[in-house]
Design a protein around this ligand. Structure first.
Ligand code: PLP
Length: 427
């Protein structure tokens, strides 16, 4: 099973002859000793390869396609810079993400702003920076933005987020395309807003947008969404099809994970068949761009046996909320006794748990060979929505982000210090 297992690790990951895991040419145990744990480790070559795969897959089919990184998946200057260097635009969902994108060197003309409840300040920042586009989530958004732009003597390009009323096969918490969604406008309401924007001289309607959900492993939902918005498409020059492609978190998901090329082909062909050649295609992947590039390293603190074997590590729900939010499941291995060969992993079934005061603070269920305190444990595919959703519950400082490649590592986000945890507490 080793090959399928390595397929959930970043490209180029190896197990050496002594059973040690090598990430970006670096010994994972050595990374843990050098940078401490928990730590997010990102393999730069994997990230760049995936970014290039996205740009080339879309451009091969639609040369003027505009592909952006949904920065919410991994908001960090170094990651955003790599996305920019590889030719991606940037999708931001708040004033904070906008500031980070600009800090990472994105030109405002390559950034678009999302949000179902944007503030006056966020809309004003979008207009003042001259962002490529503001994606309107409703009528209030449009009216407010029109006033803000008019007050500044500007014309702001906009898109309308449409709720296509389709449902992909994913967790409710990350499903957004159904009619009962807080995001966007149904087709009829979107049609009314199109007419309304026609009477607003400070807004220029450029596009339509949908995002049906995340962690999607089946592609047909995108065609259904394109079909739903197609009747409106005559009013715009661009159709943004959101993100949504899933990742394989577990080795037995690898075989059913669509490639980036298949995803681009499905989206582009649906647009060409249902809308036509005239329209520019935009896309904004997040999870599938950065997910596989990242892993998390932990150190085992305790091993306890009662009705099961509990392996307690020095992180958990504060650095990875996904198990708690969505019941998400992960692989986990010990970095210097990494399983080799065919067949099931050797060892005993363990529940790996975090250090936080919640019974739902589960990191993963995995078979581990004789786990002991001091072992360094790795969970793969934590590049997306890990660092992004990290919090400081129980006063645990947030982990660093370490970029690795060519056998070298560098810290791009340092570990939070304890004195920073309550730095805003004015007593
Ligand atoms: C509007 C929008 N676009 C793109 C994305 C990125 O989606 P994914 O990470 O599934 O590619 C999201 C994720 O929540 C989103 O809300």
């Amino acid at each position: 099973m080793t090959d399928a297992l390595l397929d959930v690790y970043p490209r180029g990951t190896r197990r050496d002859d002594d059973g040690r895991l090598l990430l970006g040419g670096c010994d994972a145990g050595g990374l843990a000793r050098e940078h401490g744990t928990p730590a997010y480790v990102v393999v730069e070559d994997d990230l760049r390869a995936q970014a290039r795969a996205y740009v080339s897959a879309f451009r091969a089919l639609a040369p003027d396609a505009h592909v952006s990184f949904a920065s919410k998946a991994f908001p960090c200057t170094a990651i955003l810079r790599i996305a920019r260097e590889e030719g991606l635009g940037c999708d931001v969902a708040s004033g904070g993400e906008l500031a980070l994108a600009l800090n990472a060197g994105f030109a405002p003309a390559d950034v678009h702003l999302h949000g179902n409840a944007k503030s006056e300040a966020e809309l004003a920042a979008a207009v003042e920076h001259g962002l490529r586009q503001v994606v309107l989530d409703g009528v209030d958004d449009a009216e407010r933005l029109a006033r803000i732009a008019a007050e500044r003597g500007r014309v702001q390009a906009v898109a309308i987020r449409v709720t296509p009323d389709v449902r992909g096969d994913t967790h409710d918490g990350i499903s957004t395309g159904q009619a009962d969604s807080k995001f966007g406008l149904g087709v009829d309401d979107a049609r009314s807003l199109i007419d309304r924007i026609g009477t607003m001289p400070s807004l220029r309607l450029e596009g339509l947008h949908f995002h049906v959900g995340s962690q999607l492993l089946e592609l047909d939902v995108f065609r259904r969404a394109v079909a739903a918005v197609a009747p409106l498409a005559g009013a715009v020059e661009e159709l943004n099809l959101g993100g949504g492609l899933g990742v394989a978190y577990l080795r037995d998901e690898v075989a059913r994970l669509p490639s980036v090329e298949a995803y681009a082909r499905e989206k582009v062909s649906a647009v060409r068949e249902l809308v036509g050649d005239r329209i520019r295609i935009a896309d904004e992947p997040g999870r599938s761009l950065v997910g596989r590039a990242g892993v998390t390293l932990y150190t085992v603190q305790t091993v306890k046996r009662n009705v099961r074997t509990w392996v307690g590590v020095d992180g958990g729900m504060a650095d990875n909320l996904r198990p708690m939010l969505y019941g998400a499941r992960y692989e986990a291995q010990i970095v210097d006794r990494f399983p080799a060969g065919e067949g099931p992993d050797p060892g005993e079934p363990c529940r790996i748990v975090g250090k936080h005061c919640e019974s739902s603070d589960v990191v993963a269920d995995a078979v581990l060979p004789d786990p002991r305190p001091g072992d360094v444990l790795v969970t793969p595919v934590t590049g997306a929505y890990g660092h992004a959703m990290a919090n400081v519950y129980n006063g645990v400082p947030r982990p660093p982000v370490v970029l690795v490649g060519d056998g070298r590592s560098r810290v791009v986000v340092r570990r939070e210090r304890v004195d920073e945890l309550w730095g805003r507490d004015v007593g």
